[in-house]
Design a protein around this ligand. Sequence first.
Ligand code: SAH
Length: 207
Amino acid sequence: MKRRKMNLRGISDPRVLHAMEAVPRHLFVSPEREHEAYGDYPLPIGYGQTISQPYIVALMTELLELKDTDKVLEIGTGSGYQAAILSLLAKEVYTLERIPALADAARERLRRLGYHNVHVRVGDGYHGWPEHAPYDAIMLTCAAEDVPPPLIAQLRDGGRLVAPVGAPHGFQHLILLSKKGREVSRREVTGVVFVPLRRGTEEGKRP
Ligand code: SAH
């Protein structure tokens, strides 16, 4: 496959580049999309959801400055691709998905491909996953009007959080939060378009 040809623009962290090289993105998209898995654009993953373009995955990962001892929370498992990338750079990855069918498929795919330090659960990511908090890093891969306060509360002192923030289907900023004591600093990185964070789960609507 054409992993080496992915357009990752200015991404330079060697660990992130290695992870992008190592994870077989074509196994996270539907078979009919396999041939374009490494293209410079997002792809549909079913249920109206999308997997981000490779550059955005790499950029958000790089911004978290992960260490291999870190515990990471992701909101929006989707295909499990971003979680697989995170799993190569951190100790444990906890990831929440509100659509059970996507969560089940991602869990099975990650297990089959050997990403055993990723833990997938169905849940409304707005509330985070308090049982494993605090997290060294948190990533949202769906856009909220603002960062949900429970997620900031579950971030470790000194931790970093990256999230798309803005109107659903409208203009959004990728923002990076850093928490130091009671201070939360916030920086806008770039403009992005993500699917919206929706409240509640689709539990009970399993086929
Ligand atoms: N990171 C994914 C892409 C995710 S697309 C990947 O690598 O494939 C965004 C995902 O966020 C969708 O699957 C959507 O169902 C999910 N999502 C939206 N709102 C959510 C919420 N409140 N809690 C958990 N997941 C949510």
